[in-house]
Write a protein that binds this ligand. Sequence first.
Ligand SMILES: *Cc1c(COP(=O)(O)O)cnc(C)c1O
Length: 816
Amino acid sequence: MSKADTYTIEQISEIVGGKVVLFDKEVMIKNLVIDSRTLINAPNALFFAIKAQRNGHQFIANAYQNGIRNFVVSEDINYEKYPETNWIKVGDVLSALQRLATYHRSAHQLEVIGITGSNGKTIVKEWLYQLLSADYNVVRSPKSYNSQLGVPLSVWQINDSHNLGIFEAGISTTGEMKQLASIIQPSIGILTNIREAHDEGFTNKVEKLREKLQLFEGVQTFIYSPEYILAEVALPGKQKFTWSFSQPADLQILEVSNEGTNTVLKAEYAEEQIGIIIPFTDAAAIENTVICWATLLAMGYETEEAAFRLSKLVKVGMRLQLINGIDHCSLIDDSYSADISSLSIALDFLNQQNQHAKRTLILSDLHETGKSADELYQEISILLKQKKINRLVGIGEQITAHQHLFEIEKSFFNDTSDFLAQVGQHNFNNETILIKGARKFGFEQVVKRLAQKVHDTVLEVNLNALLANLQFYKAKLAPGVKTMAMVKAFSYGSGSFEIANLLQYHKVDYLAVAYVDEGIALRKAGISLPIMVMSPEPSAFDAMLRYQLEPEIYSLEVLQSFLHFLPEQVSHFPIHIKLDTGMHRLGFELQQIKELASLLKTEKLKVVSIFTHLVATDDEQHDEFTKLQVSKYEEMYGVLTSSLAYQPIKHVLNTSGISRWPNYQFDMVRVGIGLYGFDAALAKGELQTVAALKTTVSQIKQLQPNETVGYGRRGSLPNGGQIATVKIGYADGYSRAFGNGVGKMLVDGELVPTVGSICMDMCMLDVTGLDVAVGDEVIVFNEEHSIVDLAKEIHTIPYEILTNVSQRVKRVYYYE
Ligand SMILES: *Cc1c(COP(=O)(O)O)cnc(C)c1O
């Protein structure tokens, strides 16, 4: 970084305003952080105590402990508690961050492409980076940092060596874009498209479009499709460049044809016919490519050069995938890109994994503009120390040349094939391995070598969506209300420690499982949160003690046998009391409370919580019953605690209860199916889809009229046709009830019915008239063909569909 790119804390205080208490006003600020755990270079970092889902002020002590000495806050802080620190106190911390980013942006002269729209922002940004980085030193948003917080952090990365910025902006409601526009200050504007996504925050389409277009008020060139524009909205930009699939435009697509795995596009541009061939076939990728094509032409690239570059585009894997590796390893696949900001994100994810004690990074040479190789690898070395990485495997000549900078277990290879040739002797065992490399190193091969062979049916679990759902419910809670996350039945079929790890990292207060085994598995994977076990079998009491698992006590018998079992020296062992207020499944009833109370007057136990389960929180019809249950609960709680010297945690609400009964939150809520994207009390679209079940085609057959399919000749296509055999059957959890056309799957974008009975390991689909080949992906359920639809097809509930997916189906977790 040159001089213009560093600020002292004093300069920053002048830029953002506010009151200052400075210990050392000359401290240089290099990094801005908003999470007390994500640290690069702590002494030169400035912590912004943002009030979002959680109040950043609560993490100041933690940040201090991690070495941070510079803070921007809006609440009163006892500065004395933190020796040798600098403080800037402002009215609103987020605005201060945005002001600083705006200032930083204004201090740099460079071309900036600003991107907004409903879909495709991140892909278009990454592709433009691929297309333009040969000619420019590009700075861009990491991943999809496009929010009120993400944009300022993205823009802060600009330094004097950059001559092109590519930033995306996403908004969810009116009034937000103006702010982002002043931070990004784009000179070229791209509107990708306008779709239904995130419509809730706007009263109508005109309002939504106007809001988005505010990003482009000052641009030289505005690139868009008239298909997404409404007549009553004025358009920004001194110049315009249009593209369209259906109407006259600067770049008008005339023909789209599929050739195997490629797509050929023909278009008219500047009164000439031009064309490109691209290595994708899906509609979204085609639209995103056309947007990039229009951008290249608008920036003055020759048509041939544009076509050449577009033909080389590579699919962007935006995801960090967590997959099972060989020899008891877990792999995080981030094999498509390598720069320091995404490395830092990936290392955070690695750091969150607790299932193996050892954390390993396989890293290629990095390229980072504006930094010398010495500085770069020095910084990486510090980063590895902070993120507690135990082992480094470096691949590439540059990283090998800098191996002396790393003070951990390490080995180096000049290139990927060297590594692959020696990987046999290079033992990986029982470790979590992050694989991260620049594209030219071809790290897909490393992933392939180290990954366990995946059965062709996989359940993909989107951890970001799960997190968004958690935050959705947390936002509904009154201050101080705790969260217990229900991870029973392998997290409703979605995984086990992978999900518990995420929940632990994001600070839920409690976990609950059904059986002791599930609790032990979580402990073995490094989960340290308190865990409640709902069916504590006496044969496993011993294990509960050893693994610090807390039983749910639901009857006098269970209580007596637990008391009997507890060794002499144990005192205050945590338990949870379940009351039956109308479910009539497990739990104490009113007439037993007196006896229960007298048994609980022992030093051996500590009642951590007292709870009940409500039977119909989602159903208006039973609202009177719900109220009755809660009043019974309160009465029983009162009697029970009148003889205890303390007040155990009170909790009654499940997922739909949180949505519908805000005044019954008491001290804690228990969120279950909502985390996984379902809540009978909510409209579709309020939660994010977490799980997708995918399989593949093993064979295609042509059927004559009157031929039959499967056991008992139950399937037939009266007019003949084409069937596809796919690799999922009832042993994988695809119920036999889906047979004979009841169930449907998505093939090539079309919903097609099953034919004949579902077999144990496979089933057949009617794919007559579709372009399907062996090996093609088939979607059993995802966002579009939802579990809710499947549940309706066979008259059950989403819970059952999800938990039925058998353990032999591999889970793949990803994190964006
Ligand atoms: C499973 C369960 C929950 C969670 O219910 P959801 O409807 O999935 O939110 C809450 N409490 C108890 C006691 C449960 O068994």
